[in-house]
Design a protein around this ligand. Structure first.
Ligand code: GRF
Length: 198
């Protein structure tokens, strides 16, 4: 039986598209949720016939209520795994506690370096010569959960943030599809910070 996956997006959704187009479908994307009604990822989902939902913070009275609304919306799709694919909000306790070690995030830097919303820019500003992406399980911190996989790219002289981010996204999409496929077929065991996908 294919695992049920819910994907959370805020933007263009090319990582979502890679999951939709995954060659060996080990999973069914049963829902795509966004915090933004204008997220292009919602159009990609609709084009693929995947149900969508929008949970904008403005529709909830406060942050804790939004967390609960988001947790409820995710749960309504009954997912085995939740994938944050360019979801630009921090998940609160209501979501994380409802799906412990079941939420995957992809981040455009080599964690634990450069967590947060500007991983690509922060890496460039620091002057690193190698950066990349990290796919990890989500815990209560910001980009701090156990690491599932990483891919690195060299930074070229004179290259700007957008160009570096586009090159990261090429390897990021491949890595995300590979890890979600393996999680959905084999699961994983977590011991502290160490994750094993058998
Ligand atoms: C990815 O690089 C992700 O790591 C970052 O935002 C980007 C989203 O790209 N948080 P897309 O929306 O999947 O094209």
């Amino acid at each position: 039986m294919r695992a049920r996956v819910v994907v959370l997006v805020s933007g263009g959704g090319t990582n979502l598209q890679a999951l939709i187009d995954a060659p060996q479908q080990a999973f069914d994307i049963v829902g795509v949720i966004s915090d933004r009604p204008d997220a292009a990822g919602l159009d990609r989902a609709a084009a693929a016939g995947i149900p969508t939902a929008v949970v904008p913070p403005s529709a909830s009275p406060d942050r804790a209520a939004w967390d609960r609304d988001l947790a409820r919306t995710i749960a309504s799709f009954d997912p085995a795994w939740i994938v944050c694919a360019g979801f630009m909000r921090i998940l609160g306790a209501a979501v994380i506690e409802a799906f412990p070690m079941r939420i995957v995030n992809t981040h455009p830097a080599l964690l634990p370096a450069f967590p947060g919303a500007h991983g690509v820019r922060d890496a460039l500003d620091y002057g690193v010569r190698v950066t990349g992406c990290t796919v990890h399980l989500v815990d209560a911190g910001v980009d701090t959960g156990p690491i599932l996989g990483q891919r690195a790219i060299d930074i070229r002289d004179g290259e700007g943030e957008d160009a570096v981010h586009e090159r990261i996204k090429v390897v990021e999409r491949e890595l995300l599809v590979d890890i979600v496929t393996r999680l959905c077929t084999q699961g994983c065991t977590v011991h502290g910070r160490k994750v094993t996908i058998p």
